[in-house]
Design a protein around this ligand. Structure first.
Ligand code: RP5
Length: 164
């Protein structure tokens, strides 16, 4: 199976990426995780992206906050699908990172998830890899069904509380 690449601009982003890693673990998807910054270590970020396809990656998650150029910088150097996670920083509630990540110019796409959206970033990568992997697609279907069952259990508990 193809690996997922996870890149974050700083170790301060790690709590958001832990959710992505937990989700990938739960779906038995292999991944590598690195701290490479578009601004502080641009050459390492570039080399990771340039070599990602030949190194066995199928999709890349890139997470950064503030003036969040990491996902765009990664996408500029690979044609693998890049999922951007805008991370909430100290000042602007993540709107700065959201706009920096989502507003890519035509030709260099970044699929941007919600601010701090680690789980959905991992699920999108899983869905991309599952296009060619029927067993993973079945695990995704099972997860959807289990998640829906949890919501229905909560609804049943609420109805019992309101109508007892
Ligand atoms: C971004 O700047 C990082 O992705 C992080 O979200 C933000 C702050 O980084 P630190 O100052 O916490 O290292 O590049």
């Amino acid at each position: 199976m193809k690996k997922v690449g996870i890149v974050m601009g700083s170790d301060s982003d790690l709590p958001i990426l832990r959710k992505a890693m937990d989700t990938l673990d739960s779906l038995q998807i292999p991944y590598e995780c690195h701290i490479y910054s578009a601004h502080r270590t641009p050459e390492e970020a570039r080399q990771f992206a340039l070599n990602a396809r030949k190194n066995g990656f199928g999709a890349i998650i890139a997470a950064a906050g503030m003036a969040a150029h990491l996902a765009g910088a990664i996408a500029a150097n690979t044609t693998l699908p890049v999922i951007g996670i805008p991370c909430k920083g100290a000042c602007l509630d993540g709107i700065d990172a959201l706009l920096s990540t989502v507003m890519m110019p035509s030709g260099i796409p970044v699929a941007t998830v919600a601010i701090n959206g680690g789980v959905n970033a991992a699920l999108l990568c899983a869905q991309i890899i599952a296009v060619e992997d029927a067993e993973l697609a079945a695990r995704l279907d099972a997860k959807r069904a289990a998640d829906a069952a949890k919501v229905l259990e909560k609804d049943a508990a609420l109805q019992a509380e309101l109508h007892c």
